[in-house]
Design a protein around this ligand. Structure first.
Ligand code: AMP
Length: 549
């Protein structure tokens, strides 16, 4: 195993295997076993095309054979920087079949993010797509490769024949089905199921990106357990509206249904396009984040409700009115709390109504462990008190990749991951449920995309005319939160355009740009002389309230 990966303790692995939670296969071979069982069933459906399990499996085999022919080798990290398309799913399994390690970046990332992530992971290839609105991702990938220590290959999805880079569509095109499968079988036979399969990215609380190593056995188990918890089977058709390459996308949208022979209905985020596809595709299950809660209140939902069995709500407190609407439509609803680092809590089908409405449920796995600790200590709090959720278990990381210093802060002395989320245990009908009460980590949750306040502050401070910066979350009805920057100028405040130009020049992804600037002569401090962000959050919330009145 790579020294930069913190291994699960051997006794924990033995327990997870003895309990039948971790399997002994790689993700690609797990998928192939399901594909062999349900070859003619739909595996993925999008507005622009669909694939049965057989088609997806064979196309992914050819992509894998083509990647090998290009000279890519098992263990090579490959940046995924694409949106939700059928080819994204083909590429995902193709990359895994070739033994490469997908690095889950976002289409919205720019040089600031991709530069750091690609160097930290030692990425060898960069997969981008053609035709993204307002930004040439292919040109960007070619620029990123120049002078990069490891990046060698630019791969494309949806590009015209004369476009630079290697088209995923052309990979393995001349390879027979049998030969492609043989190439894949040879590679997979040599991969340890306890080795890294995927690099996910952390929600981000620090100035540098943190990389989460997800291992074959535990990552597939995460998805299989999610499907099991919701009672999914091969008749399940799971709608997914948010980026599929995110952890929630891979676990709940892709591997989850594929672990049981179900289908992914991949729609894109725009509700006016997504709802008709979900309805036409007789979707049975859908995960809705805060930004998509309005789907339930719109008129188009009634028809979809005819086939929906379950709606899982995630990311923000569930308004009772929304819950009531779903009940009126006869659709079961529950809540999910989850993270790229692993741990999921879920209100399962049997959870009482009160738990489904007011809590995020119970830990998903029977071998999950959690503690609620007094903040900044290792002292456990009694049920009912609010503290930091810390967890360990069969799919929760034991350390970020290549980050010994950050790991010392992020884990307790006995290896529990400090989530930075504030929770309390609520006992309902004798069962202990988790209720999310806030967070201590310094980030902005912008419609599910996490923005590290510290990272943006450090970027702002690189401007020669900014003397101090504090970035805080301000409430937003659509996205949940947006970033507001409180700034102190060295002389005169700058116009918003100057800040935007500064961040653009540094190659910072747009979703991280503060959407409101507040200039001050100085920033308030606490008794220990730190910037008082609590006061700033309260101030901007009150200002927004007053402006709306
Ligand atoms: P990510 O790794 O991007 O999926 O983000 C994980 C983080 O999102 C968690 O640590 C929480 O801060 C937040 N989160 C996830 N689910 C919920 C939820 N149901 N309610 C509130 N916050 C949530």
């Amino acid at each position: 195993m790579d020294q930069r990966v913190v291994p699960f303790p051997a006794d924990a692995i033995a327990r997870y295997r003895a309990a039948g939670l971790w399997g002994t296969r790689t993700i690609a071979t797990e998928f192939q076993a399901v594909a062999a069982r349900y070859p003619d069933r739909d595996a993925v459906v999008t507005a622009a095309g669909q694939a049965s399990y057989r088609e997806l499996d064979e196309r992914a085999d050819r992509v894998a054979a083509g990647l090998v022919e290009l000279g890519l080798r098992p263990g090579d990290p490959l940046l995924f920087q694409v949106t939700d398309r059928l080819e994204t799913v083909v590429a995902w399994y193709g990359v895994l079949k070739a033994g490469l390690v997908p690095v889950c970046t976002l289409a919205a990332h720019r040089a600031n993010e991709i530069g750091g992530i690609s160097r930290r992971t030692g990425a060898v290839a960069h997969l981008v797509e053609a035709g993204t609105k307002g930004f040439d991702l292919i040109g960007f990938a070619i620029e990123q490769r120049a002078g990069h220590p490891t990046l060698q290959h630019v791969l494309t999805i949806g590009a015209a024949a004369d476009t630079p880079g290697v088209r995923i569509e052309d990979l393995g095109a001349d390879t027979s089905t049998d030969l492609a499968r043989k190439v894949v079988d040879d590679i997979q036979a040599r991969i340890d199921p306890d080795d890294v399969a995927v690099f996910q990215l952390s929600g981000g609380t620090t100035g540098v990106p943190k990389v989460i190593p997800r291992l074959h056995a535990e990552y597939w188990y995460n998805a299989r357990e999610y499907a099991r918890s919701l009672g999914w089977d091969d008749t399940t058709r799971t709608g997914h509206l948010i980026p599929i390459i995110h952890n929630a996308g891979i676990v709940c949208g892709l591997h989850g249904p594929h672990s049981v022979g179900g289908c992914l209905v991949l729609t894109g985020a725009d509700l006016s396009q997504a709802l008709p596809i979900l309805t036409a595709q007789r979707t049975t299950d859908v995960l809705l984040g805060h930004g998509h809660y309005p789907a339930v209140t719109g008129p188009a939902f009634a028809e979809l409700a005819g086939t929906l069995r379950r709606v899982v709500l995630s990311g923000a407190k569930v308004p009772p009115e929304l819950f009531g609407r779903l009940e009126a439509h006869g659709v079961w609803s529950g809540q999910l709390f989850g993270m790229g680092e692993g741990f999921f809590a879920l209100t399962g089908p049997d959870a009482p109504r009160e738990a489904r409405l007011t809590t995020v449920g119970t830990p998903m796995s029977p071998l999950d462990e959690f503690k609620v600790l007094d903040v900044g200590t290792e002292t456990e709090l009694p049920d009912g008190q609010v503290g930091e959720l810390c967890c360990a278990g069969p799919y929760t990381l034991r350390g970020y990749f290549d980050a010994p210093e950050q790991n010392r802060q992020a884990f307790t002395s006995d290896g529990f991951y400090r989530t930075g989320d504030l929770v309390a245990v609520r006992v309902i009908d004798g069962e202990r449920y988790l209720s999310v009460e806030g967070r201590i980590k310094d980030l902005i949750n912008r419609g599910g995309e996490k923005v590290s306040a510290e990272e943006v502050e450090l970027l702002l401070l690189q401007h020669p005319r900014i003397a101090a910066a504090a970035v805080v979350a301000m409430p937003d009805p659509r996205l949940g939160e947006r970033a507001c920057a409180f700034l102190v100028a060295r002389d005169q405040p700058l116009p918003p355009q100057a800040i935007q130009e500064h961040l653009a020049a540094l190659g910072v992804a747009k979703f991280k740009w503060p959407e409101r600037l507040e200039w001050r002569d100085e920033l308030p401090t606490t008794s220990v002389n730190k910037i008082d962000k609590k006061a700033l959050r309260a101030e901007i919330t009150a200002t927004l309230d007053a402006e709306q009145r």
